[in-house]
Design a protein around this ligand. Structure first.
Ligand code: HEC
Ligand code: HEC
Ligand code: HEC
Ligand code: HEC
Ligand code: HEC
Length: 197
């Protein structure tokens, strides 16, 4: 009990940003199982991540493509079947948000994906996670670390969805080349108005 309470206060104090803490969801959906083991691409479910400011969370229908036939007796999937109802007339699942920027911050996924910033740079090894947690603080200081020196993080666009990408030993040179090749506007990146509009 003492341990439990002190663990809680520890997280409340040190970890008020919920970094590293998995969020309990209406279904224990596993990213590790569906991506690493079954080989599904992120875009199978987050279809708009390359073209829109927000990647969508998939509707029940996407899951039912498979689960109308697979594991139809699994108790873990009960909330999914309830949400599907009779041919999709049920209520949507209430997935809890893991990341949630304050309203006064502007953020755009496609702007990053199309300039060679990989999912794992910001979200960590999602393909190894059962329940998802916030892997980075997503604070202003953290955003600025990259907005001040994008060459330290940018990777070839072909590697954006590669969850096990590692920076090469020549990142310093490669990064500079990519910043130039992708027309990354280094002057505008750290300006207040880029993120606060
Ligand atoms: C089969 C569908 C599916 C696939 C494939 C998938 N996801 Fe997800 N993703 C979900 C669902 C459902 C949620 C909401 C539940 C949750 O947060 O665990 C989610 C949530 C997330 C979140 C947290 C969202 C928030 O609330 O802030 C991130 C980040 C994420 N996915 C990244 C990825 C990445 C990266 C990949 C590819 C490696 C991927 N996902 C592949 C279905 C999927
Ligand atoms: C491409 C097909 C496919 C899609 C799409 C898919 N799943 Fe799955 N899912 C599977 C397979 C295959 C298994 C593993 C079944 C097994 O282990 O026998 C599985 C297992 C699961 C399990 C574990 C069930 C158990 O028996 O413990 C859950 C929970 C689950 N999926 C939820 C979801 C949710 C929620 C979505 C939508 C966001 C989704 N799945 C989308 C194919 C899929
Ligand atoms: C530069 C950092 C960064 C990169 C790169 C990034 N994300 Fe995110 N992601 C975020 C932030 C910040 C949020 C929270 C946005 C908000 O609250 O409006 C987020 C939220 C999400 C969500 C939840 C969206 C929602 O509406 O609840 C999903 C899903 C997601 N990201 C998937 C991905 C996938 C897939 C990739 C790679 C293709 C990716 N992200 C790349 C920073 C990033
Ligand atoms: C790892 C590097 C990296 C991180 C971390 C990062 N960004 Fe960026 N961001 C970029 C790059 C590269 C661009 C593209 C700049 C360009 O096109 O000139 C960009 C562009 C943007 C834009 C401009 C979009 C537009 O259409 O004008 C916004 C807004 C933004 N980022 C917000 C954020 C916020 C908020 C965070 C923190 C939650 C963040 N970024 C974290 C690298 C990063
Ligand atoms: C790369 C994106 C980015 C840039 C550039 C940026 N900010 Fe922020 N700012 C953020 C994010 C993200 C937060 C929210 C932090 C959080 O919720 O922890 C924030 C929060 C704030 C806050 C709220 C107080 C706080 O500390 O949480 C103020 C005030 C602020 N920014 C002012 C500025 C000013 C002034 C500039 C220019 C010198 C600037 N920001 C540039 C991303 C940015």
């Amino acid at each position: 009990m003492t341990l439990f309470v002190s663990a809680l206060t520890y997280f409340a104090r040190v970890n008020n940003n919920m970094v590293g803490v998995p969020i309990k969801q209406p279904i224990d959906y596993s990213h590790a199982l569906h991506t690493s083991q079954l080989g599904l691409d992120c875009r199978y479910c987050h279809t708009s991540v390359e073209v829109s400011s927000t990647p969508n969370i998939p509707p029940t229908e996407t899951c039912m493509t498979c689960h109308s036939q697979i594991r139809v007796d699994a108790p873990q999937l009960e909330p999914l079947f309830e949400s599907w109802g009779n041919n999709g007339d049920g209520l949507p699942l209430q997935w809890k948000r893991v990341h949630d920027m304050p309203d006064f911050v502007y953020y755009d996924h496609s702007a990053h994906i199309n300039k060679g910033i990989g999912c794992s740079t910001c979200h960590g090894a999602i393909d190894k996670m059962e329940g998802i947690w916030k892997n980075e603080p997503m604070s202003m200081g953290w955003c600025l670390e990259c907005h001040r020196s994008p060459e330290k993080f940018v990777r070839p666009k072909s590697e954006v969805f590669n969850m096990s990408y590692e920076m090469p030993t020549n990142q310093h040179e490669l990064g500079k080349e990519l910043v130039e090749a992708y027309n990354i506007n280094e002057e505008r990146l750290p300006q207040c108005s880029t993120c606060h509009r």
